[in-house]
Write a protein that binds this ligand. Structure first.
Ligand code: PGA
Length: 246
């Protein structure tokens, strides 16, 4: 994996937004995998600014968000769908029919995962996948465990992950759903290009385990070592266990 350590998080976010915009200019029908959480917020802000300056046109882009809380309807203000509307979708010109998301309120989780995977297959897989990483080494909501699932699936959320997203639920961890729907590892490894962003000291151990540790379901991000086109973009804090030369 190629590692790049940036002077600051805003610098990395601006470079990431510029890369996404360039990829869209090169292929206007780009299929983009999108994360939520704190990490990509500045990337979305930068992309909105580029769009407002007329430098990127999303009208033919297709997006797949990577995960959603189980039990939340898309219009629930705590849902990831609502997060994406707030921070990105409502500010740009994506065609609504090309926005793909898990419906957290679907009655049958398994069927919803099959529907999502079929849509991804129809779209030809992801051209460019943006990822964050959890302090526990999760990617999307593929949580550490004894094994991983290839396809999209229902994931039981770890206590750590639920604590990390409590701010979306009024800082009340008891309100955070116990499970989520998530893209599986196969969908990630089939993406043609992956940019993983990690900022801050809380990510340093997970970043080191991902890059230098064994490939293990106890650190789902470590499976990205099997991918031929992954870039890991860090700031000094998240990269402090990494020499940056590999
Ligand atoms: P964060 O979450 O961006 O809010 O740190 C990243 C993740 O858990 O994947």
């Amino acid at each position: 994996m190629n590692v790049r350590v940036f002077a600051s998080e805003p610098e990395a976010a601006a470079a990431c937004a510029a890369l996404v915009a360039a990829a869209i200019r090169e292929k206007p029908s780009l299929v983009l995998g999108l994360p939520t959480g704190r990490t990509p917020l500045n990337v979305y802000r930068e992309l909105v600014a580029l769009h407002q300056r007329g430098q990127v046109d999303f009208s033919r882009v297709t997006t797949f968000n990577l995960d959603e809380f189980l039990g939340l309807a898309p219009d629930d203000p705590s849902s990831y769908r609502a997060y994406m509307e707030r921070h990105f979708f409502q500010h740009i010109n994506l065609a609504p029919e090309r926005i793909h998301f898990f419906d957290g309120s679907a009655e049958r989780a398994e069927r919803e995962c099959v529907r999502y995977d079929l849509k991804l297959l129809e779209a030809g897989g992801l051209d460019l996948l943006l990822l964050g990483i959890g302090p526990n080494g999760h990617v999307a909501f593929i949580e550490p465990g004894d094994s991983l699932q290839a396809g999209s699936h229902r994931a039981r959320l770890s206590r750590e992950s639920r604590l990390a997203v409590a701010s979306l639920f009024g800082d009340d961890v008891w309100k955070v759903p116990l499970a989520a729907l998530t893209l599986g590892m196969a969908g990630m490894l089939q993406a043609r290009r992956v940019i993983l962003l990690a900022f801050g000291v809380s990510k340093a151990a997970a970043v080191t385990a991902m890059l230098r540790g064994p490939i293990t379901p106890m650190c789902p991000a470590s499976f990205l070592q099997l991918h031929g086109n992954v870039e890991v973009w860090l700031d000094a804090e998240s990269g402090r266990g990494v020499d940056g030369s590999r």
